[in-house]
Design a protein around this ligand. Structure first.
Ligand code: SAH
Length: 343
């Protein structure tokens, strides 16, 4: 097991089994999540024997970080990791007053949304909680700044790796660790309904983003296979039923803008209706790829879409797409590096 993915309770069990003093569990947790050490050897206040056991009983980060790409146009950086011969991409997104890290949860993605690069690479399975946490700590080390926000919007589908994703979010939120507020941790799903239901049942405190991308089921089916498995109408029913248990602004719908496809008047009206019905904000993402002739609309159309949503009383954010020149924008993560140089 990866040491970064061990919960406080699991450390207690481990320490108990080793016959060590209970407070050692907290010391280990603080070293890892408070100071982000790379190995047990760095835990200076632990007995030598315990440090040795920790080194052999757990996996530790081992120069898996293979490359950092810095955007020339903005301060975005992409950090490439290799875990068990699987290449993972993490994106560092600096804004004026926040430093966001966009983490991957799988190597590749088992979904195939027509517009997304991650679905086009070979799917190589889930990442562990520790591997998700490591992306954050190692990026922070590489960039030399403190991360303030985490978005689960890299490669993969978070709710097909539910346990590891939720565990990692709690580790990153832990007061003895990075202590990132629940409002600053956003998990994005394509609409995997069992995961959404579980998220509500467990009353998870994190922000939830749902990739809607079309206001009509027929349209959504054309670009997202997941619509066939988990129809949006069922999902909207569940969201409506849980509306009261959602915190203000906890839910966002993501809507990728594709020229001539989902930007018409009827799309805006229906989208506004859905958003108001559920009490969700909209996050507009102009398309970042060009598969099968799909393009982003021109800036005037994007602005109009945004204004009309606002006029209908819906809060919409028009997300900029930093890092396009390093293929670090939403939907561009595809482990390209892996294709270029064999591991
Ligand atoms: N599997 C999760 C996380 C994916 S990435 C999900 O589907 O929500 C985060 C967001 O980027 C999703 O809304 C996704 O649909 C969007 N996205 C994917 N490809 C894109 C592209 N080419 N341009 C813009 N946004 C894209």
């Amino acid at each position: 097991m990866h040491a970064y993915g061990v919960s406080p309770e699991e450390w207690k069990d481990y320490i108990f089994q080793k016959g060590e003093n209970a407070y050692r569990a907290e010391q280990i947790f603080s070293w890892i999540h408070g100071r982000q050490v790379l190995s047990a050897a760095q835990m200076l206040n632990l007995p030598q024997t315990l440090r040795e056991s920790l080194s052999t009983d757990f996996e530790w980060p081992s120069e898996q970080q293979v490359q950092t790409l810095q955007s020339r146009r903005d301060a975005t950086a992409k950090v490439l990791f290799e875990f068990d011969r699987r290449v993972i991409e993490t994106v560092w997104l600096p804004y004026e007053n926040r430093q966001s890290v966009c983490v991957s949860v799988q190597s590749g993605c088992s979904l195939n949304c027509t517009f997304c690069a991650s679905g086009k690479m070979e799917f190589k399975g889930n990442l562990s909680a520790g591997e998700i946490v490591e992306q954050v700590y190692s990026s922070q080390n590489a960039i030399g700044k403190k991360v303030t926000n985490i978005v689960y919007m890299g490669m993969g589908e978070p709710f097909y790796n539910y346990d590891a994703v939720i565990k990692s979010a709690h580790l990153l939120h832990h007061p003895k660790g990075l202590n990132i507020g629940v409002r600053k941790i956003t998990i994005s799903t394509s609409g995997v309904l069992p995961g959404i239901i579980r998220f509500f049942e467990e009353e998870q405190p994190f922000q939830l983003a749902i990739s809607l991308h079309a206001a009509f089921p027929e349209k959504r089916r054309e670009i997202m296979d997941v619509e066939k498995k988990f129809p949006m109408q069922e999902m909207l029913k569940v969201l409506r039923a849980n509306r009261k248990s959602l915190r203000n602004n906890q839910l966002t719908f993501e809507y990728v803008l594709i020229d001539g496809f989902n930007t018409g008047k009827e799309d805006i009206r229906e989208l506004a209706k859905i958003a108001k019905d559920i009490g969700a904000k909209i996050n507009l993402i102009p398309l970042n790829t060009e598969y099968n002739g799909m393009r982003r609309p021109d800036q005037a159309t994007i602005n109009q879409f945004w204004e009309q949503l606002n006029a209908l009383g819906v809060v919409a954010v028009n997300r900029k797409s930093p890092g396009e020149d390093i293929a670090g924008a939403c939907g561009q993560l595809a482990g390209k590096w892996a294709q270029k140089s064999p591991l």
